[in-house]
Design a protein around this ligand. Structure first.
Ligand code: DC
Length: 225
């Protein structure tokens, strides 16, 4: 029997590990809210670029936070992000936005400034939170913590398919090189590096499809909830 007390399911892992699609399907299955924290870093990076703010300038990035106007609408397969009232679903998914997000995300004070924004997503009946530090920093008391892994080759292939399906152009070799570089930056930064929480269940999704990972994760939640 699942408890009715609202709870958080934290799903962390590198880009292309399948955590975004997994978080979406788990949120739908549990009828929970969804936090795509990567999208928040991407939106802040887009805002910085729009206003000509240097991604290395932490003080200027912090000045953007009081007017950081974002919202998400639930779409058929993904949440649709809005920045300053404008649908930015396409630009937010570009590799250049992911790269810019990873630069913005290096700054410890920016990460702190975004904590409240992220925690506000936790409302009844519960939240599925997807990111890099959901289980370690943003929701350290999450009832369930999963960490998804997959080889960089598989992750690049998945990202390639995603981009092509969105009508964007992509090159697998470049994607793989960019991913390896981004992993390196995300894992080695001082502020909340990408590491599994000690109490996370680590799932290697290299050889599993979305339905299989969803079944595994939902099964674990139902058995232990
Ligand atoms: O999951 P994503 O590709 O949308 O994330 C984009 C970048 O944002 C990623 O390279 C690192 C950063 N990020 C982060 O530092 N912490 C999070 N919780 C989510 C994303």
């Amino acid at each position: 029997m699942m408890s009715r007390e609202p709870f958080v399911v934290a799903i962390d892992g590198p880009g292309g590990s399948g955590k975004g699609s997994l978080a979406f399907s788990i949120a739908r299955a549990l009828d929970f809210h969804l936090l795509d924290s990567g999208a928040i870093y991407r939106l802040l990076a887009l805002k910085a670029e729009k206003l000509g703010v240097d991604l290395d300038d932490e003080d200027k990035l912090l000045e953007l936070l009081p007017d950081f106007d974002i919202r998400f609408e639930t779409g058929a397969e993904l949440a649709i992000p809005y920045l300053d009232g404008e649908d930015v679903a396409q630009s937010v998914r570009l590799e250049s936005s992911g790269d810019a997000a990873s630069q913005v995300a290096r700054h410890g004070r920016v990460r702190k400034g975004l904590l409240a924004v992220q925690r506000a997503f936790f409302k009844p009946p519960g939240l599925v939170a997807d990111g890099r530090d959901m289980g370690t920093v943003v929701f350290p008391r999450a009832r369930f913590k999963f960490f998804l892994r997959a080889s960089v080759e598989i992750r690049a292939q998945r990202r390639y398919k995603q981009l092509i399906n969105m009508g964007l152009s992509a090159n697998i070799a470049h994607l793989q090189a960019d991913m390896a570089e981004r992993d390196e930056r995300d894992q080695n930064r001082n502020a909340s590096p990408l590491v599994p929480a000690e109490d996370a269940l680590v799932v290697d999704s290299s050889l599993l499809d979305l339905d299989q990972v969803t079944e595994l994760v939902l099964g674990h939640i139902k058995e232990n909830g």
